[in-house]
Design a protein around this ligand. Structure first.
Ligand code: KIV
Length: 257
């Protein structure tokens, strides 16, 4: 196992794994210092492009944003989401995952699903492509975004899926909106780290969309905590700029040639 993966694996049961999303170099270089994993999530579809779902995100969009993110990362493990319809069968998945790794120089790809994509994950791992799993709410395919694990059958299937992904060799699993006690059970049962989003404190790590936590994206969902209000700060900087341009206070001689 390569050292960055090993470092993350070794944090299980010891210290929390910190993961955040980035869609560009500027954010990536700020969060890189504090993260174990930086994820170029296909959530960029709704956060940046106002798409109704992540289904509209293309491979090209993911690759361009990931190339920008790569420039901002020095130490974290970089994971890129494989977008919708880019892993419908093994050969498509392998071709696209290879393109993502080659063009973006990321460390791993993330795919949504468990048993249903067994063969696909198997072929990627056989070809030495590191994979992060994603269970619980699957934004690329779920019709409703209700918390997972309230029904017994759902709990059994999710636990089975988590074990299947572990057996396949994924290096960690994102649990999205999974009921707390089930997140705890999965985390206790499998030997690889779980990274929660809306899945309680019981996971080995936590991920959030950076734009949500800094208040750049005005989303209101239960699992997001806003740690800053960057929109307010940008707004006041722009007002100052506007006023100084209008009053001819800016640019001064030192800003001119
Ligand atoms: O697309 C994304 O940002 C994600 C995280 C929310 C886990 O998959």
């Amino acid at each position: 196992m390569k050292s960055k993966f090993l470092e993350i694996f070794n944090k299980k049961n010891k210290s929390k794994i910190i993961c955040l999303t980035a869609y560009s170099k500027n954010i990536a270089q700020i969060i890189d210092k504090h993260c174990d994993i930086v994820l170029v999530g296909d959530s960029l579809g709704s956060v940046l492009y106002n798409y109704k779902s992540t289904k509209s995100v293309t491979l090209d969009i993911m690759i361009e944003h990931s190339k920008s993110v790569r420039m901002g990362i020095k130490k974290s493990l970089m994971v890129v989401d494989m977008p919708y319809n880019t892993y419908r069968n093994s050969s498509e998945a392998l071709k696209n995952a290879r393109a993502i790794i080659l063009k973006t120089k990321c460390d791993a790809v993330k795919l949504e699903g468990g048993k249903k994509i067994y063969q696909i994950i198997k072929i990627l791992i056989k070809n030495k492509i590191p994979v992060m799993g994603h269970l619980g709410i699957l934004p690329q395919s779920d019709k409703s975004f209700k918390v997972k694990g309230k029904k017994i059958i759902e709990r059994k299937n999710l636990l089975k899926d988590a074990k299947t992904l572990e057996d396949l060799g994924v290096f960690s699993i994102v649990l999205e909106c999974v009921e707390s006690s089930l997140a705890k059970e999965i985390t206790k049962t499998i030997n690889i780290p779980t990274i929660g989003i809306g899945a309680s404190v019981n996971c080995d790590g936590q991920v959030l969309v950076t734009d949500d936590l800094i208040g750049l994206n005005p989303i209101k969902v239960r699992f997001v905590k806003r740690f800053a209000n960057i929109t307010k700060q940008i707004n006041s900087a722009i007002i100052k700029y506007k006023n100084e341009v209008k009053s001819k206070k800016f640019p001064k001689k030192i800003h001119s040639y």
